[in-house]
Design a protein around this ligand. Structure first.
Ligand SMILES: C[S@@+](CC[C@H](N)C(=O)[O-])C[C@H]1O[C@@H](n2cnc3c(N)ncnc32)[C@H](O)[C@@H]1O
Length: 268
């Protein structure tokens, strides 16, 4: 068994494994940002993965910065971007960066952090770093939109053994939720075709392991940290109220936050 850098295999199969996510993200984004999104000209998508949302946002003539820490995710996003027409490509700025310590060449009107990317930072204390970096990246009056899985969601949904069986890969996901520390370790057991193998009736599979760690915060911790980073005018939605209906979706599992940076320093 070969231990892997997190997201390296996940990146390779990410779009296959998350087919419904782009539509879900788009519908939720449009609902939460109704009245705001049409006016936005500059965006930064944090933890952009393979770049699907960033490309969608750039199609509406916006300048989009898209950041991700995983070299594989960024490589795959770049590959998608290279296939786009030049006028669209020129509006997309993809970079490998850590959402806890990023800086942009200009201040933007909107920062997005979708599909529970914020849960992927390693430590609880990282929330404050991300919020401060976002506040720095936004223009006065700019918006920060993110969705997050809740402690209840992790407690009730962390898989004991979820099995994905595809022709070109098999995957078993099993996790451990530590309620005391609000940490979830999700182990991905990949079975990929072994290159040299292949008998007449089947294939040999190579086992590889990848671990993706998650952190969760209470609503009170999130509100407090956003306020300390300078955000005001906070709105919160339960996932079931903004996402398209999904089997198994329950109230309290995931939450959408929209926070605004004040227009002026003195605004409270
Ligand atoms: C669940 S995926 C979401 C990807 C994308 N936003 C989407 O909607 O499909 C989480 C992403 O966060 C990235 N990520 C994790 N930790 C990060 C960090 N500290 N800085 C930047 N990106 C990070 C991962 O590489 C991964 O692409």
């Amino acid at each position: 068994m070969t231990p892997r850098r997190p997201y390296s295999l996940l990146a390779r199969y990410y779009d296959q494994l998350t087919r419904g996510a782009p539509r879900m993200n788009r519908l939720a984004r449009e609902k939460v940002l109704r009245g705001i999104l049409p006016r936005v000209r500059t965006v930064c998508d944090l933890g952009c993965g393979t770049g699907t949302a960033a490309i969608e946002l750039a199609r509406r003539r916006r300048r989009v910065y898209a950041l991700d820490f995983s070299p594989e995710m960024v490589r795959l996003a770049r590959r998608k971007v290279r296939r786009l027409p030049l006028r669209l490509r020129s509006r997309l700025h993809l970079r490998r960066a850590d959402i806890r310590a990023f800086r942009l060449p200009e201040r933007v009107e909107l920062v997005t952090c979708e599909f529970a990317t914020l849960n992927h930072v390693p430590h609880k204390s990282d929330l404050a770093l991300v919020c401060r970096a976002v506040a720095r990246a936004l223009r006065p009056g700019g918006w920060f939109l993110f969705d997050i899985n809740t402690p209840k969601g992790f407690a009730e949904q962390t898989p004991g053994g979820h099995w994905v069986d595809r022709r070109d890969f098999k995957l078993v996901m099993h996790g451990h939720w530590d309620a005391r520390r609000s940490l979830c370790a999700l182990d991905l057991e990949w079975f990929l075709p072994a290159r040299s193998a292949g008998g007449p009736r089947g294939r040999l599979w190579r086992h590889m392991h990848e671990r993706v760690n998650h952190v969760a915060w209470s609503n009170a911790e999130l509100r407090r940290t956003l306020r300390r980073a300078g955000f005001r005018r906070l709105r919160v939605w339960d996932g079931v109220d903004v996402r398209p209906p999904m089997p198994g979706a329950r109230r309290g599992y995931d939450t959408y936050y929209l926070a605004q940076k004040p227009q002026q320093r003195s605004q409270r």
